[in-house]
Design a protein around this ligand. Structure first.
Ligand code: KG4
Ligand code: ZN
Length: 340
């Protein structure tokens, strides 16, 4: 069964064709990053307009590049929640038009379920139930994932998402947008113990996260250092800030994820979303998991960040479970996981 998956939830216009949930035939992504860069973050109205410009071409490419036509497609899946409402609506409108004109089933998909599914598409040995840490520019979620794609949300962020705080710290340091990868690279040359930034909620006894305190501490540190007449952009200082900030974020993410795996007695941990590309998070989580005989999985970059393949992937499971949406499918800015 071949499903066309469409995602326009944030600043990537994405379409992909996936066979039977796991075989990625095409995965086309048009990033709008350069359009948003001068504003230092994603501008929702601009995102919608750019999706409108790109969507038909990206869908066409997802079929044409692999010599497919709509005659080969069995269903259309589209992210309809959560995300930027105007951006989501572009994908939903396109998907509805295609489903109607080609007489294909339509499935509205939760974007987070797509991120959670991504690891399963490439790793055969992921066991159920498992713990999934989804960390991106918009989300920080610790979820227990059961067979049949059912979920219990263990924890979420009370304020900023993990990726968001990377992007904000990068902005304070004048490093450009999005900042995650830049900080990750700088951190590799710095000392993670140089500055003792706080680890909010580390001992809260639950799975909730809070990152805005770290962000504020970094900002104060930069301001204080500057007011002492020190040049923050002096190489070592900026690298030490990056490394110490990253150590604080990673410490909290790893501690809570490992605690969840231990308490729930699972042997697989999956890491997904844009921040799953972070080298320190990958290595720290992997070594901490080794100590409790758990295994950590993360997807290749093209399935980590926003993409249509993960949407087509989870849609295959939902289609098997009988999900069909009508042409009155709507988009929603919020959308929590349906829990068991
Ligand atoms: O999943 P994604 O592409 O989009 C959202 O759904 O938000 O995630 C983008 C986020 C950005 O905040 C970006 O700074 C962050 O992922 N990111 C990273 C790294 N690469 C991307 N954060 C930390 N380290 C990285 N290597
Ligand atoms: Zn995402």
């Amino acid at each position: 069964m071949k499903i066309l998956g469409i995602d326009t939830s944030c600043d990537e216009t994405a379409a992909a064709v996936v066979e039977n949930g796991r075989e990625v035939l095409s995965n086309i992504i048009a990033s709008q990053i350069t359009d948003h860069q001068e504003y230092g973050g994603v501008v929702p109205e601009l995102a919608s307009r750019k999706h409108i410009e790109a969507i038909n071409y990206i869908i066409h490419r997802s079929l044409n590049d692999v010599n497919l036509t709509f005659d080969d497609i069995d269903a259309i899946a589209v992210t309809n929640r959560p995300g930027l409402i105007g951006a989501l609506l572009v994908g939903v409108a396109a998907a509805k038009g295609l489903a109607y004109s080609h007489d294909l089933p339509l499935l509205g998909i939760n974007h987070i379920e797509g991120h959670i599914y991504a690891n399963y598409m490439v790793h055969d040995s992921v066991t159920f139930p498992h713990i999934c840490l989804t960390v991106s520019g918009g989300h920080t979620l610790l979820v227990k994932v059961y067979e049949g794609w059912k979920y219990t949300v263990l924890g979420t962020t009370q304020d900023d998402a993990a990726g968001e705080v990377y992007d904000k710290v990068a902005k304070y340091l004048g490093l450009g947008f999005p900042g995650g990868r830049i900080i990750d690279e700088l951190a590799q040359e710095g000392d993670p113990t140089a500055i003792d930034f706080p680890r909010p909620m580390l001992h809260s006894g639950n799975y909730q996260f809070s990152f805005s305190g770290i962000k504020t501490s970094v900002r104060y540190y930069i301001e204080k250092t500057k007011s002492n007449g020190t040049d923050v952009y002096n190489e070592l200082i900026i690298q030490n800030i990056a490394a110490s900030f990253q150590a604080a974020v990673v410490d909290v993410l790893v501690a809570k994820t490992i605690q969840a795996a231990k308490t729930e007695g699972v042997s697989s941990i999956t890491l997904t979303g844009g921040v799953a590309a972070n080298s320190q998070l990958r290595s720290s989580l992997t070594s901490a998991a080794n100590e409790i005989d758990s295994r950590v999985y993360y997807p290749p970059i093209g399935l980590c960040t926003d993409n249509g393949a993960m949407i087509a992937g989870i849609a295959f499971e939902k289609h098997k479970q009988g999900l069909r949406d009508s042409l009155s499918l709507n988009a929603a800015a919020n959308g929590s996981l349906v829990e068991v």
